[in-house]
Design a binder for this molecule. Structure first.
Ligand code: SF4
Ligand code: FES
Length: 238
């Protein structure tokens, strides 16, 4: 075995991994599926959602596979009763507070883990208005699972624009622009990368949203070009 590799047992099979590889890397190499929500290959993993937890050496707490490194000679179980219960509970809590109607991957996980949609009937649901403050996309944070992917891809992971951050705390936590200014006043360059990494329908191109709302072609033109028109008018008057 090379010095920069380690061996571990994953679901009963011995595998060899480079030092520093994550448990998710090991599972991918072994062809074992581990569900992820906050993890995306284009963004830095932060271990936020915990849906990817696995059992390492029957330890006291489960380990998030997207950030936990492989340990030499450890025994990893990616899906036992404890792991399933944990993932199911996370899905039930998410479903109790967030609108997951447009999150097919998470809905698939709910089926896979037999999550009970009525487990927390008294949970407070996230209730927000759709934010329509620019010609290019809308934000519906009722559908946001706070995975942080959009914030990261807007920052050091890709765009270096830093238009997004978090506001408030606890149940009121939400992605927002700094000081909640309109997106058109923020540094946003409307690259669309946030929409590309969002795992739910929280971020949506304006044209798609308009079609869902039944806008006519004229409405679509007006509502997706509003800012350009206003800017043209402003510069005419200067
Ligand atoms: S808007 Fe989408 S990408 Fe951003 S934190 Fe919410 S769910 Fe994640
Ligand atoms: S996918 Fe690993 S913690 Fe979210």
């Amino acid at each position: 075995m090379a010095e920069d590799t380690i061996k571990l047992i994953l679901d009963g099979d011995e595998i060899e991994m480079p030092k520093g590889a994550t448990l998710l890397d090991a599972a991918n190499q072994a062809g074992v599926d581990i569900p992820v929500i906050c993890y995306h290959e284009a963004t830095s993993p932060n271990g936020l959602c915990r849906i990817c937890v696995v059992d390492v050496d029957a330890g006291r707490i489960l380990q998030p596979a997207c950030v936990a490194e492989c340990q030499a000679d450890s025994k990893v179980e990616t899906r036992n009763e404890r792991v399933e219960r944990s993932r199911r509970t996370i899905l039930e809590m998410l479903n109790a507070s967030v609108n997951l109607a447009e999150a097919p991957e998470i809905q698939g996980m709910m089926d896979d883990y037999a999550a009970d949609e009525a487990r927390f009937p008294e949970a407070r649901r996230r209730e927000t208005e759709v934010i329509d403050d620019n010609p290019f996309y809308v934000r519906d944070y009722e559908q946001c699972v706070l995975c942080w992917r959009c914030v990261q891809v807007c920052a050091e992971d890709a765009q270096f624009t830093f238009a997004l951050t978090l506001k408030n705390r606890g149940h009121e936590t939400s992605v927002a622009t700094a000081f909640d200014i309109a997106m058109t006043e923020s540094p946003c360059v409307f690259c669309g990368q946030c929409i590309g990494v969002c795992p739910t329908g929280a971020l949506k191109p304006k044209v798609q949203w308009g079609m869902e709302q039944g806008w006519s072609a004229d409405e679509m033109r007006q509502k997706t070009r509003r800012e350009r028109k206003r800017k043209a008018e402003t510069s005419d008057g200067e």
